[in-house]
Design a protein around this ligand. Structure first.
Ligand code: NFE
Ligand code: MG
Length: 576
């Protein structure tokens, strides 16, 4: 048995992920990514009214709390050719982009930053020098020596009691930490700031969707009625007060992203340039596209285009067809599932099956049986090829499409860091791409907000299209796909409707693409490929593994779920 480094569970993610690294000396020779929990949220939508599906599948995840709901309503709308009013599309765009901004900032500070920032070292910082550093990179108002001294005092109190609280169990003092104490203090201060900020940002979802997490949605549009009669209780949150709140939130998003998140990313990236050469991964990238300007059906109008990039070749984009049986398939060769026609064949999600077939050791596992099955994640493939999805895929797709703004942003960032374009194919490249895409989003939301307001001022307050609401108007059989770009990447929900009821439902989510196990050809998934070759300075504190895995922003809750087209019981699940 060769030496293995095992990280289980990987923390500061959503869900249960195990990484097993087969070592060759101090380097990772092969990495294995395993989802170790199994859930059953999808099964419960079978035989239900398709108009209710979103409310169930939205609960697939408590992190990307919006996106499975959106994919759910879009799947039904796609199946029925159900158009929604322009206002509803604008509101959805605003909500999806806000989910990105919320998720990406929280990921950077609360899930990923401590891979780069040594909180304990921040105690050694000089608050005055920290203030000078902060002011040299940003105009953010909170930057006085007193502000940083206060944060340091708070931190000291934590550490003196021996209770690090939210900062417990870090690899503090690890030799791979590179930031000077002042940069550590600055980032720690912003970690705390971001906690308060994200609470305010969530308000936008509450205004349009009634609440957050899991805002309300509906097939055919949005459930929020617009009322602009001033001085009257409108009976809806979407009145002049609500729209002003939205405007306020957009401002807060813009300020924090441009004045805190972007400068911090640049500062941290500057100290970790060697991480622009590690964690390269597959070199294949896929997007489904999102943010329609002229309706979901008009894919040419999407702000983020759909496509596939192979082997880092940005001069050529392959089209991607979510309905084609030969394109997107899920395999189970190394997953704890079985298929009726054998484990080696892939299935398109319209025909997808999920049959539990656990063949592993009793948990807790000493070691996974990586030659056979080792994950509760399936293995999705595009035309048989593994794909990376997510912010880096989107930024590359915009770049490859010649989007001028993205080109300027990417080229300017690389120039500032004195790095070549290839530096993007890396752990830090993935992290930087997430920040750059967030700046694109905080600018885009302003345009959608202005358009929404212009429509309303012009007298168009329609948010819901009742035309196909009645199942009597539906065909006996229909199928459709709800595509979107979730914060973590390409997301698709496939639905088959028969006699007004759900006959099959499958979700293939971003983290399944990135964190899935090998396929029958032994091709690695994106995490596995990115981890191969890493040198671990201290195998007892495998910080390097966390850096690369976190650069994908894992969500295993999204990635593992069950559905069974035949209605066979795969999991006992009772919904009260
Ligand atoms: Ni649970 Fe999710 C996002 C989706 S992840 S976080 O973004 O879909 O794979
Ligand atoms: Mg699935």
């Amino acid at each position: 048995m060769s030496a293995r480094v095992i990280v289980d569970p990987v923390t500061r993610i959503e869900g249960h992920l195990r990484i097993e690294a087969k070592m060759n000396g101090g380097n990772i020779e092969q990495a294995y990514s395993s989802g170790t929990s199994v859930r059953g949220l999808e099964t419960i939508v079978l035989d239900r009214d398709p108009r209710d599906v979103w409310a169930f599948v939205q609960r697939i995840c408590g992190v990307c709390t919006l996106v499975h709901g959106i994919a759910g309503v879009r799947a039904v709308e796609d199946a029925l050719d159900y158009d929604i009013p322009p206002n509803a599309e604008l509101i959805r765009n605003l909500m999806i982009a806000t989910q990105y901004v919320h998720d990406h900032v929280m990921h950077f500070y609360h899930l990923h930053a401590l891979d780069w920032v040594d909180v304990v070292s921040a105690l050694k910082a000089d608050p005055k020098a920290t203030s000078e550093l902060a002011q040299s990179i940003s105009s953010y108002a909170k930057s006085s020596p007193g502000y940083f001294a206060d944060v340091q005092k708070k931190l000291k109190a934590f550490i003196e009691t021996g209770q690090l609280g939210i900062f417990a169990n870090g690899y503090w003092g690890h030799p791979a930490y590179q930031l000077p104490p002042e940069a550590n203090l600055m980032a720690t201060a912003h970690y705390l700031d971001a906690l308060a900020w994200q609470r305010d940002v969530a308000e936008l979802h509450a205004v349009f969707g009634g609440k957050n997490p899991h805002p309300n949605l509906c097939v055919g549009g949005m459930p929020c009625a617009i009322s602009l009669e001033s001085g009257k209780q409108a009976g809806t949150s979407l009145d002049v007060v609500g729209l002003e709140r939205v405007r306020n939130t957009l401002e807060k998003m813009h300020e924090f992203v441009h004045q805190v998140y972007l400068p911090d990313t640049m500062a941290i990236a500057g100290y970790y340039k060697d991480w622009f050469k590690q964690g390269e991964g597959l070199g294949n990238f896929m997007t489904y596209g999102d943010f329609p300007a002229k309706g979901y059906g008009d894919r040419e109008s999407y702000m983020v285009p759909a496509g596939v990039i192979l082997n880092r070749d940005l001069s050529h984009i392959e089209p991607v067809d979510l309905d084609a049986e030969s394109e997107i398939q899920e395999f189970v060769a190394h997953a704890w599932y079985d298929y009726r026609d054998g484990k080696d064949k892939g299935l398109h999600p319209y025909q997808g099956e999920t049959k539990l077939a656990y063949t592993g050791p009793e948990p807790p596992y000493k070691q996974l049986d990586v030659d056979n099955q080792y994950s509760w994640l399936k293995t999705p493939r595009w035309k048989g090829k593994p794909m990376e999805v997510g912010p880096l895929a989107r930024v590359l797709m915009l770049y490859a499409n010649g989007d001028q703004r993205t080109k300027a942003l990417v080229d300017g960032t690389l120039k500032q860091l004195d790095l070549p374009l290839d530096a993007l194919y890396s752990t830090m490249g993935r992290t930087a791409a997430r920040t750059l895409e967030t700046t694109i989003m905080v600018d885009a939301v302003q345009g959608w907000y202005d358009s929404l307001l212009a429509n309303i001022k012009g007298g168009d307050v329609k948010t819901f299209n009742e035309a196909l609401w009645d199942p009597e108007t539906w065909p006996q059989k229909a199928q459709g796909v709800g595509r979107m770009e979730a914060p973590r990447g390409a997301l698709g929900h496939w639905i088959v409707i028969e006699d007004g009821k759900v006959a099959n439902y499958q979700a293939v989510v971003p983290t399944t693409w990135n964190a899935g196990p090998r396929d029958a050809q032994e091709q690695q998934g994106a995490y596995e490929a990115a981890l191969a070759g890493h040198a671990l300075q201290d195998p007892a504190q495998p910080l390097e593994i966390l850096r690369t895995v976190h650069s994908f922003d894992p969500c295993i809750a999204c990635a593992v779920h069950l559905t069974d087209p035949s209605g066979e019981e795969v999991l006992e699940l009772k919904v009260q």
